[in-house]
Design a protein around this ligand. Sequence first.
Ligand code: 2AM
Ligand code: CA
Length: 259
Amino acid sequence: MPENFKSRDKIIKEWINEIGRVVLANIDSQLEIEQKTTPNDLVTNMDKWIEKELVKNIRTVFPSDRILGEEGFGDSIEDMKGTVWFVDPIDGTLNFILQNENFALMLAVYEDGIAVQSYIYVVTLDRLYSAIKGEGVSCDGQQLPEPRDSALNEGMLATNSSIMIEEKYDHIRKIAKASLGLRLIGSAGLESVEVAKGSIVAYIATNLKPWDVAPGLLFMEELGLKATQFNNEPLNLLENNNIIFATKKAHQEIIKLLN
Ligand code: 2AM
Ligand code: CA
């Protein structure tokens, strides 16, 4: 493993640990909640605090790197040249606010457009899923095996709520019918983890932002899984994407059902 990946991995894990401890200590405190675009698109003082901490840490240790953060404390990124960090301080903000669980802190590092390190930290379980390019995916240091290449009718599918409720996605729901069952967690990061673990065969979701998908993409790449847009093109990390994270077999079936 390149030495810089190893040392950066150690530093990132320390940051996650420290920030996670603060989040947990404050999990029952009163949140300040603001609406961003729509009533279900919210941000809290905790999202902002986490992102500011991470941006401050990255800027201190890696001053020439660029950062794309959900809450806007990073840079504006128009290309993927050099080292780019994706930061989602709380993925699953609605879950964080309404359930106090089922959310994750996420980070991903890309070098010249290639995913090299990613982190999905399940704060309430103190459980860290991480990946380094060429080194696979691990959960708290324990390597995840490549999941079995199951077909849609051998496993469960996860989607986001837009696919379930918006008329324009009526045709997509037949994919759910072809699976054994449907699950909605409400955090793209945690849904990526379920695909990585093999506990669902596919996650399909519309209009996800770059920071929602950047960490999961490396998990898929490292575990022999597929990550594409609905049109079978690679993800574009400078735009919103309709994404499929899936086993090879389920991916092939989903592409057929979508077209
Ligand atoms: P977020 O909590 O970081 O915003 C929920 O299905 C998943 O979609 C979450 O990962 C959520 O990430 C993401 N998402 C992206 N855009 C969203 C939006 N406008 N409203 C709600 N969830 C959104
Ligand atoms: Ca978020």
